[in-house]
Write a protein that binds this ligand. Sequence first.
Ligand SMILES: *Cc1c(COP(=O)(O)O)cnc(C)c1O
Length: 242
Amino acid sequence: MSETSPKLRAELEGIPTYKPGKPAAAGGPVAYKLSSNENPYPPLPGVMETVAAAASSFNRYPDMACTGLMNELSERFAVPLSDLATGTGSVGVAQQLVQATSGPGDEVIYAWRSFEAYPIITRISGAKAVQVPLTPGDVHDLDAMADAITDRTRLIFVCNPNNPTGTVVRRAELERFLDRVPSDVLVVLDEAYREFIRDVEVPDGVELYRERPNVCVLRTFSKAYGLAGLRVGFAIAHEPVG
Ligand SMILES: *Cc1c(COP(=O)(O)O)cnc(C)c1O
């Protein structure tokens, strides 16, 4: 018998492990996991009723097309069904996007520090992570990110507001940036915290998607809706991405 173990892809060497917030000790005080940005409030009563009712059909596979959710999203955002995709949290959707666009030899650009999942899903795809430091004010340096684009760039994440700094990019600077991105590079606007925005100068990514075929918007039910455990996220993007 040989002493070697099954061979894994070389790209998987040294991928950073995702660090979730520590679970609360059993019987201890109530813990609020700020590092995971979980909503501290319990799910709304209507959600609990719906989930409890759904439990009676867990012997069945779910509707793979998520028909009910897709129809609701299509109506709410006034987007065609063909431009919607759902996933296991928006992290699941982000991973699908990276895998659909980027492989070995390709480049994925994102700000750093930004969301902890970006380096992980980029490395899994085999693409090269191009991390562009935030400005001294901890904001996305969109000029530097545009300067980092090469002919190998396939996808750019813009996390707005940015996790973990809470800073935003506003309409004028984001549009100026998008004008500089070649139309064959996908820009993913990760708007996990969109519902918390009060600054009217921060654009709604869905409006930018309407005007720009290479803009994809990521949203999640995990944060403002307090449904992190249900793992529901979605993307709005033009074909062929959506
Ligand atoms: C929490 C978060 C997500 C979404 O996580 P899911 O639970 O997978 O939907 C996506 N992006 C950022 C920046 C986040 O902070």
